[in-house]
Design a protein around this ligand. Sequence first.
Ligand SMILES: Nc1nc2c(c(=O)[nH]1)N[C@H]1C(S)=C(S)[C@@H](COP(=O)(O)O)O[C@H]1N2
Ligand SMILES: [Mo]
Length: 374
Amino acid sequence: MAIGNLAPMIHPNRAAPAADPEQERLLAAQAGLVENEAEPLNCETPASALGGEVTPTTRFYRRNHFPIPVLDKTTWRLGVSGMVERPLSLGLRDLMRLPAETAVVTLECAGNGRVQFRPPTPGVQWAEGAVGTAEWVGPRLADVLERAGIRRGAREVIFGGADRGTVDASRQPIRFERSLTVADALESGALLAYAMNGEPLPARHGYPVRLVVPGWYAVASVKWLTGIRVVEEPFNGFFQAAHYVYERNRGGTTRAEPVRLSRVRALITRPGSGRELACGRLIVRGVAWSGAAPIERVEVSVAGGPWQKARLVGLAPVHGWQQWEFLVTGLGPGEVSIRARATDLAGQVQPERPEWNRLGYGANFIHEVQLLLR
Ligand SMILES: Nc1nc2c(c(=O)[nH]1)N[C@H]1C(S)=C(S)[C@@H](COP(=O)(O)O)O[C@H]1N2
Ligand SMILES: [Mo]
């Protein structure tokens, strides 16, 4: 990497103050989120609080690797550097003057569902609520890259966040950085989002600007974006090459494949697991999504019975989850389990048992709720 590429990485946001961790915990608890880790705060939405076209921002899951930086829009700059014809330094107003796109996009943490892997895998033990859908607004990443002009021979685009910290005691503090290939950066439909559900992004979700990469596991959607660097070499950062990879051992050799698109998955949002309900009829509701393709079908199995097709409700946004519902009749008293599984138009169906991998990613287990009927 040329020395010149480093310059824009030294930005005024380095010494950004951090959000108060106790206040963040309190707000999350008040919104009914489940805390999996206190500092940095990692909390998820109970499945029963999901559903609807978008997730209210207060209830949107939070996944942080480092303390939350509180950035100042008057000094914040987004640098575009490296293998570009015209390096850029953009302020929030500059970005807001560009044509904006609005997209409803589901973001899911690649570790969602990890708690179910056996043997257990390290990392935050997410159940199934590290997922949410929001309406995002901002210019297209491709437009900004076009303005800068990607030079021939460029291979990847690295996105740097303003947050930093240590990932293990023996190492220096690092930033949160992720890359996309030039083709993915231009063709994924990624946005430089400054609004979430009609409001400026809150600090915890990446204020003032985050990347939103539709269809990809949310690790690609870098929050608190301050630097975009176009490079010639594959990026080997910690969150790119050491983590967020499916690591599998085959015949004694370890292979690592990067986490990319969200795997197909359905969640039952109503009724919530553990509920006591009256016998008879019951409407089961949920959401389903897949990074690869739209949802083709959702099936429900009651008390271990056959898979039956649920009704898809409305037309889902291209990259937002599909709502669905299913009417169950003739329920007698006692405990009953209800399961739901999704299939996408690419032909991928949720597996009975997602493939175990060392770091516990892509755990798209079939969701099951237990009910007590009286
Ligand atoms: N700068 C920065 N961006 C980040 C992260 C982070 O820790 N720092 N976490 C990533 C991961 S793993 C996820 S799942 C999503 C979570 O976004 P949210 O907290 O807005 O739900 O942000 C991604 N972008
Ligand atoms: Mo994540």
